[in-house]
Design a protein around this ligand. Structure first.
Ligand SMILES: Cc1cc2nc3c(=O)[nH]c(=O)nc-3n(C[C@H](O)[C@H](O)[C@H](O)COP(=O)(O)O)c2cc1C
Length: 166
């Protein structure tokens, strides 16, 4: 799994004034219409019950400079204390929204799929904030990383050639 390089997000929620969150890389876009994404959360994580209880969550995609926040939300500091680092606001759903993140997806929890130790939580995106200047924090090979060079000279998306059968 350590070879599965990924962007790093803080998933946050607020259930009746009880804020919690966790660092997560298991975040995937699901559909554009309607705009939905999926997160995979360990049911033992203290934020899990808060997300399910609130019926909403925010996916805060971290900027490379926010590595301390990534560590804090995956470490020994728990619950409300995790929010001592960074500036936090709220949008439609009331979930904590981190300033300076690359993107914030403020979501209603629309569906939960049980997967044993984890659950897939599907979020219907109610509001998106984009910070065009920010560059994402990445996690690969068990290390925090940042984007370096474009992988190809041509920045336009290349369409794969149609496969012929027979
Ligand atoms: C880089 C990184 C990615 C992680 N991704 C996930 C994830 O996608 N889902 C998850 O449930 N936990 C993930 N974790 C672990 C949680 O951040 C951690 O277990 C959580 O903070 C535990 O919260 P608790 O101590 O409040 O229960 C990740 C940790 C790190 C360091």
């Amino acid at each position: 799994m350590r070879k599965l390089a990924a962007a790093v997000s803080i998933i946050t929620a607020d259930s009746g004034g009880r804020r919690n969150g966790l660092t997560a890389t298991a975040v995937m876009s699901l559909t554009a219409k309607p705009p939905r994404l999926v997160i995979a959360i360990n049911k033992d994580a203290s934020a899990y019950a808060v997300i399910v209880g609130s019926g909403s969550f925010c996916v805060n995609v971290l900027a490379a400079e926010q590595v301390d926040i990534a560590r804090r939300f995956a470490g020994d500091v728990k619950g409300e204390e995790r929010f001592a680092l960074g500036h936090w606001g709220i949008l439609e759903t009331g979930s904590p929204v981190l300033e300076g993140a690359v993107t914030n997806f403020d979501c209603d929890l629309s569906e939960t799929v049980d997967c044993g130790t984890h659950a897939l939580l599907i979020g219907l995106v109610k509001r998106v904030l984009v910070n065009a200047q920010a560059s994402p924090l990445l996690y690969a090979d068990s290390q925090w990383r940042r984007l370096a060079e474009p992988a190809a000279d041509n920045p336009t998306l290349q369409t794969a050639p149609t496969r012929k059968t027979g």
